[in-house]
Design a protein around this ligand. Structure first.
Ligand SMILES: Cc1cc2nc3c(=O)[nH]c(=O)nc-3n(C[C@H](O)[C@H](O)[C@H](O)COP(=O)(O)OP(=O)(O)OC[C@H]3O[C@@H](n4cnc5c(N)ncnc54)[C@H](O)[C@@H]3O)c2cc1C
Length: 627
């Protein structure tokens, strides 16, 4: 029996949100790349919520775009509604979210993959890793074929030994009834990889024609629409948008759920996997927040050419008959027809502490991974990791230094650092509260923060990078100018201040000082700023934010300076921390397990105290003096 054998530079296992970004990055960096999926139709499938972005996730999408990834461009071409969230709050938490036409999102991403040079798509189940002397050599598929590669990126999502459950129904499939991948987990274990069993869930899909929208609140999109990608011309995304609808559960819904909790696999113990705390099922909400009389339910279209609608906020694994009862107890869904049942899915993923911040496995050279397989949850979290893993697989093949983004550069840096450093025993979901430097890591300045890195990695074209450099120059020059524009307490100024309910001036001040007043802004003051140059909207936005929050930004930059001091203190690889005698036992154990790359990462490991860090710093200094 002879088997097919093929040679590639990089092999990506999985064509979900992580795998697509990884494969595109590797192929766009000129490497001969193959991407595997169990079903070509499921490329960039959205098996859960029909939207991209949202709080902190919008930041990730902008950062992926600034580094040269695809998700932002893809959603700008496939969205059907768009909203900027949290606009009543500060710019650090403003977050874009777009409803996607799921079918269009998938087909556009597939087209992009199919038309990318150096990229081969293969529908086949990868069943085994080929590892020699601790180094990856390729993968084997169910048919016995071997695909040799210098680097492999695992992005298997929710498919490894997956099973879908509702009530006492168990389907040994992946999402949406797709084939599960049942062999690779065993090969991973044989190669010493530690696996976790995680779970997530999704709500039912219902038929739009059976919904009474008169009993719901219409949720319209924003006008004008702001695109995700910095490369998208805003004029091109001003489309006619569809609406989402808001309704609520009620005490009857909660009663139905409580009455049937024993039939929920979540509460009967049938589900072994650990679920995401921040994406609870409706059962969990009713049990954990029993004082709440109602929970929000968002009815969201799945696309323009389907009547299917997503029941956001009511994911569940209750039996089918209970699902009908519970959904039909909600206002507007009294006669609802279910197209697809709600269900929970369990799957294998890894303990991400086995990875370096480059997303390479510590124990298997050349093996990288990204996405839900790394213990995260969400399309955006997956795509962000896939992009970094794909870039670093390419860097590995090219013998170049890996890209490592630290917590002060990006939400991607926070995401990866939290995954590979902290003790995560449930699916990790990004939130703005996780980013300590969030005033610097806004979604509006992702291009200014990361385009240089994307350009140096080879994923951002020179022309695009040159515009970012020019944009930076325009921002700095305009900030410099308005710092020196004197504004007198004349009648026009006083009149404007009065109109804006702002305190009248007693003496002259600068334009910058006025902008810092909460009720004023760069835009509002244009009528008293005679010499104002014509500037692009995104430059004006940066001028306004940087002047308005100048003090806070400066303070956070100071904190980053301190943070960098420990980040730049490198630690030896594969080091035995038992050699540092005065370290506490728990710290020795945790450091040996995690093998942090620098003192900063060591300081974030739970169980390593500030006192341990001081001991480590003294030890490093002694080692340096001995050299
Ligand atoms: C039922 C359900 C509910 C969810 N609920 C939420 C939620 O509430 N909130 C949230 O943020 N996220 C949720 N998600 C998660 C979200 O879908 C994922 O985060 C996202 O899709 C992960 O992207 P990924 O690229 O890591 O993996 P996936 O999108 O799962 O893609 C994995 C890819 O790997 C391929 N593959 C896997 N194993 C093999 C193999 N051995 N050989 C070849 N190909 C293979 C598959 O064909 C697929 O192309 C849910 C997912 C599901 C399925």
């Amino acid at each position: 029996m002879s088997y097919v054998t093929e040679e590639y530079d990089v092999c990506v296992v999985g064509a979900g949100h992580a795998g697509c970004e990884a494969a595109l990055a590797s192929a766009r960096l000129g490497l001969n790349t193959i991407i595997f999926t169990v079903s070509v139709e499921s490329i960039a499938l959205m098996p859960c919520n029909p939207n991209i972005g949202g709080s902190s996730k919008g930041h990730l999408v902008r950062e992926i775009d600034a580094l040269g990834g695809q998700m932002g461009i893809n959603i700008d071409a496939a969205f059907i509604q768009s909203k900027m969230l949290n606009v009543s709050k500060g710019p650090a938490v403003h977050s874009l979210r777009a409803q996607a036409d799921k079918a269009k999102y998938t087909s556009l991403m597939r087209q992009t993959l199919e038309n990318t040079e150096h990229l081969t798509i293969r529908q086949a189940e990868v069943t085994e890793l080929i590892v020699e002397n601790g180094e990856i050599k390729g993968v084997k598929t169910f048919s016995g074929a071997s695909y040799h590669a210098k680097a492999v990126v695992l992005c298997t999502g929710t498919y490894l030994k997956s099973r879908c459950l509702y009530g006492d129904v168990i389907n040994h499939t992946g999402p949406n009834g797709l084939q599960s991948a049942d062999y690779l987990s065993d090969s991973l274990k044989e190669n010493g990889v530690e696996l976790f069993r995680f779970k997530t869930g999704t709500p039912a899909r219902i038929d739009r024609r059976s919904v009474d929208f008169d009993k719901m609140e219409e949720q319209k999109g924003d006008e004008p629409v702001v695109p995700f990608s910095f490369t998208t011309n805003p004029q091109q995304v001003q489309i006619e948008q569809v609406s989402c609808w808001l309704t609520y559960t009620n005490t009857k819904t909660h009663e139905i759920i409580r009455k049937n909790l024993d039939r929920s696999p979540l509460y009967s113990g049938m589900i072994e996997g650990t679920g995401p705390r921040y994406c609870p099922s409706i059962e969990d909400k009713v049990v954990k927040f029993c004082d709440k009389e109602r929970h929000q339910v968002f009815i969201e279209p799945e696309g323009l050419y389907t009547n299917e609608m997503y029941v956001g906020g009511m994911s569940s694994s209750l039996p089918e008959d209970v699902q009908y009862e519970m959904y039909r107890s909600v206002a507007g869904l009294e006669h609802v027809k279910i197209v697809r049942n709600a269900y929970a899915i369990e799957y294998d993923c890894i303990n991400p502490r086995q990875l370096y911040p480059s997303l390479e496995f510590k124990k298997i050279k050349g093996l990288f991974s990204g996405g839900q397989f790394n213990g995260s949850s969400g399309y955006e979290e997956a795509a962000a990791q896939g992009l970094v893993a794909g870039i670093n697989a390419a860097m590995f093949v090219k013998g170049k230094e890996p890209l490592v983004l630290d917590r002060s550069t990006s939400y991607i840096g926070v995401l990866i650092d939290d995954l590979v450093t902290k003790d995560n025993h449930e699916p990790y979901r990004m939130m703005t509260s996780r980013a300590e430097y969030r005033l610097l890591l806004r979604q509006d300045n992702a291009d200014l923060r990361l385009s240089k890195i994307g350009y140096e990695a080879g994923l951002i074209a020179k022309e695009r990078y040159d515009w970012v450099v020019e944009k930076e120059r325009l921002i700095e020059r305009e900030i410099e100018r308005i710092q020196h524009v004197r504004i007198g307490a004349n009648a026009d100024v006083q009149a404007l201040l009065e109109r804006q309910n702002s305190t009248p001036l007693k003496t002259g001040t600068t334009l910058a000082e006025l902008i810092r007043r909460p009720e004023l802004s760069y835009e509002l003051l244009k009528e008293i700023d005679a010499d104002r140059p014509e500037l692009p909207e995104d430059v004006k936005e940066q001028v306004n934010i940087n002047v308005k929050y100048d003090g806070y930004i400066k303070r956070q930059l100071k904190q980053v300076k301190e943070f960098k001091k420990l980040e730049n203190k490198k630690l030896p690889e594969h080091f035995d921390y038992n050699q540092v005698k005065s370290l506490r036992i728990e710290a020795k154990q945790k450091l040996n397990l995690c093998q942090p790359i620098n003192v900063g990462q060591a300081s974030r490991i739970s169980g390593v105290s500030p006192a341990d860090i001081s001991v480590l710093l003294v030890y490093l200094e002694q080692m340096r003096q001995k050299r």
